[in-house]
Write a protein that binds this ligand. Structure first.
Ligand SMILES: *Cc1c(COP(=O)(O)O)cnc(C)c1O
Length: 370
């Protein structure tokens, strides 16, 4: 249940067509993992992203885990990872007892800094690079790809927050050797929980489907050669996803409008700036994120919370997490951009179902605080 009058950060937004598809799944008695809606959902998401194939899974985290497993990442291997991200990107590396090395952000995109990435390659030989498209904004892929190709290391794109975004007219979720998306409850579209692994290499996806089904071999009896997982998506969940996918582009447009509205109303304040958008990119503006450069971000967040408005700091960088504090963090010129973004950044209510009067209230409360 949602609390009355509270303005949420990014709540689920049902389109109204979900029930009909859920009903179809129930009438057909496909209440199992897998089923016709799963097959169709995989086809529809791959077609939307312009990627050859997709495996529907129980979460974005599961998709990250399988992507690394499929690339053969094992104990002691190094994997580079965006420093400013949600912990799921890094945890997938740890699940395989591999070692994450965190790469700093750049101010231009807030995403992985290509120069820091280049620095990291001078010190380590990683088996893969996980690049997050933060808050709906793609990384600067031409630069990132150049560095990774020079070193012949595959990219895994973490597009959990950027389904619907693009970079140079190519959809986020189509970069890298593999990409993942998430349908968690707070994402742009949701199935309550779920994710997908995408790749143009169909062998990877076939492998992912097998690993996600306890790696059952193709026999009548249950034969297992490899260690597998229970990571497949259910048919009911996929039915919700199919209805949500149809409204994805319209939800992105609404989130972008919400972002622009915050920006127009607050940008006059000299201490405030907003998450940028690269010339080549089209962001989903999953969350409107702004920076306030006078050490008042925590009091502003507390002020908003006291007014029943959900606001949150930016992701705490991985190199500052107690879980990962001893891991290496690569930056250039002694700058810790990710820390600076965390220290001064906050996320504002940005859901595609945010009422106009609620956004006005948030803006007024920020102005009152300033
Ligand atoms: C949400 C998210 C994930 C994980 O997705 P789940 O479906 O919740 O497991 C991974 N990476 C990033 C950057 C995310 O925001």
């Amino acid at each position: 249940m949602t609390k009355k009058n509270k303005i949420y950060l990014s709540p689920p937004h049902m389109s109204g067509n979900e029930l009909a598809l859920i009903e179809d799944a129930i009438n057909a008695n496909w209440i199992a993992p897998l089923g016709p809606h799963v097959d169709e959902f995989e086809k529809e998401v791959s077609a939307y992203l312009g990627v050859k194939d997709a495996a529907a899974l129980s979460s974005g985290t599961a998709a990250l885990h399988l992507s690394l497993k499929i690339l053969g990442i094992k104990k002691g291997d190094y994997v580079f990872c965006s420093d400013l991200t949600f912990v799921a990107s890094a945890n997938a590396i740890s699940y395989l007892s591999a070692i994450p090395i965190f790469i700093d952000s750049e101010l231009k995109s807030w995403n992985m800094c290509p120069e820091s990435l280049e620095e990291a390659f001078k010190k380590y030989s990683p088996k893969a690079v996980i690049v997050t498209d933060l808050y709906g904004q793609s990384a600067d892929y031409y630069e990132i790809i150049k560095v990774c190709e020079k070193n012949s290391v595959p990219i895994i794109e973490d597009a959990a927050e950027s389904l619907g975004a693009s970079y140079d007219n190519k959809k986020c979720g189509s970069f890298g050797e593999m990409a993942i998306v998430s349908f968690n409850g707070n994402k742009i579209i949701t199935t309550s929980g779920g994710g997908m692994l995408l790749s143009n290499n169909q062998d990877y996806i076939i492998k992912a489907r097998k690993l996600a089904s306890q790696a059952k071999e193709d026999y009548l009896h249950y034969e297992h050669v490899e260690l597998g997982y229970n990571y497949r998506m259910s048919n009911i969940i996929a039915a919700i996803g199919r209805a949500q996918l149809k409204v994805l582009d319209s939800y992105v447009k609404i989130r972008r409008k919400i972002f622009n509205n915050y920006k127009e109303n607050l940008i006059d304040n000299k201490n405030i700036n907003f998450i940028p958008e690269l010339d080549l990119s089209y962001s989903t503006r999953w969350l409107t994120v702004m920076q306030i450069n006078n050490n008042s971000v925590n009091s502003l967040i507390n002020h908003l919370i006291s007014k029943n408005i959900e606001a949150r700091p930016v992701w705490k960088p991985m190199h500052l997490q107690p879980l990962y504090i001893n891991n290496n963090f690569i930056k250039i010129q002694d700058k810790s951009i990710s820390k600076q973004l965390f220290d001064n950044g906050l996320c504002l209510p940005s859901g595609s179902n945010l009422a106009t009067e609620d956004q006005i209230k948030v803006i007024e409360e920020i102005k009152a605080f300033l």
